[in-house]
Design a binder for this molecule. Structure first.
Ligand code: SF4
Length: 256
């Protein structure tokens, strides 16, 4: 799950100027146009289309991946998950039984591996000792589930929302640096760069359709990784250029 939580937004044209910015919150029509443009260029992403029949193993893997991708790229998190799988440790009990330093070596590719190992064991301890298994932990509506997750050491809002949306398939919106970057550059930030401000705005506008929420986040990440990059964004090939003041300015600077 290539979630964010790891990169700074970079320049957006909304760096602090000492003045209060005016926020032009996107309308549903504007959001619909942005969504269609991103879908048109990137196609359906279909991240983790888990279903009940996928079983608890798949859901636990999503949760572990959400922790491992904190502050790093998905590539590193995926390599760490592969190491866990190869060691027969993609299991909450197995993770708890491993010495923390051995677990840290397995998740080394995800970076911050000592703290990540402790976070994995903190999460698995909650799964095993408080809930019994992953499905019991995930068996709650959005607000209750987020509260359960946020109470676990090592789980912040972005990780909690990634688990809520992708493992439990409960409606929530995952905010990351890519979202801040894109909407600030489009001059359509819903408000100050605060997690709950963005999350509540997009959740209210998009509604509780889990597939749409899944796709929205995946498209924002894909666009941020491939086109609206932190440095040298590929504005010339961006379908949002005509509605993007930052991109038009970038091109103006480049062409002199
Ligand atoms: S035009 Fe450039 S800055 Fe604007 S959204 Fe596209 S890539 Fe990002």
């Amino acid at each position: 799950m290539p979630s964010g939580q790891r990169l700074q937004p970079g320049r957006t044209g909304h760096e602090h100027t000492g003045e209060s910015p005016i926020y032009r919150r996107p309308t549903r029509t504007q959001l619909g146009a942005i969504y269609r443009a991103l879908l048109g260029v990137h196609g359906h992403q279909q991240w983790w289309p888990t279903a009940l029949e996928d079983g608890p193993g798949a859901r636990l893997e999503i949760c572990l991946g959400a922790i491992l991708t904190q502050n790093t790229s998905w590539r590193g998190a995926a390599a760490a998950l592969q190491n866990l799988n190869d060691a027969g440790a993609l299991d909450a009990h197995a993770i708890l039984e491993l010495p923390t330093d051995v677990l840290a070596e397995l998740v080394r590719p995800s970076g911050h591996f000592n703290v990540k190992a402790r976070k994995l064991q903190s999460f698995c301890s909650e799964v095993v000792e408080t809930y019994g298994d992953i499905d019991e932990l995930l068996d709650a509506e959005t607000d209750e589930l987020r509260a359960r997750l946020l109470a676990i050491w090592g789980i912040g809002p972005e990780t909690a929302d990634a688990i809520t949306l992708y493992a439990a398939r409960e409606p929530t919106f995952v905010i990351d640096a890519y979202a801040y970057r894109l909407f600030e550059r489009l001059d359509l930030a819903p408000g100050p760069r605060k997690y709950d401000v963005y999350r509540e705005f997009f959740l209210e506008k998009i509604g509780p359709d889990v597939n749409a929420l899944n796709e929205w986040h995946a498209l924002i990440v894909r666009h941020g990784q491939q086109v609206c990059r932190r440095s040298n964004p590929h504005c010339e090939e961006c379908p949002l250029l005509r509605r993007c003041p930052f991109g038009q300015n970038e091109i103006g600077i480049r062409t002199g």
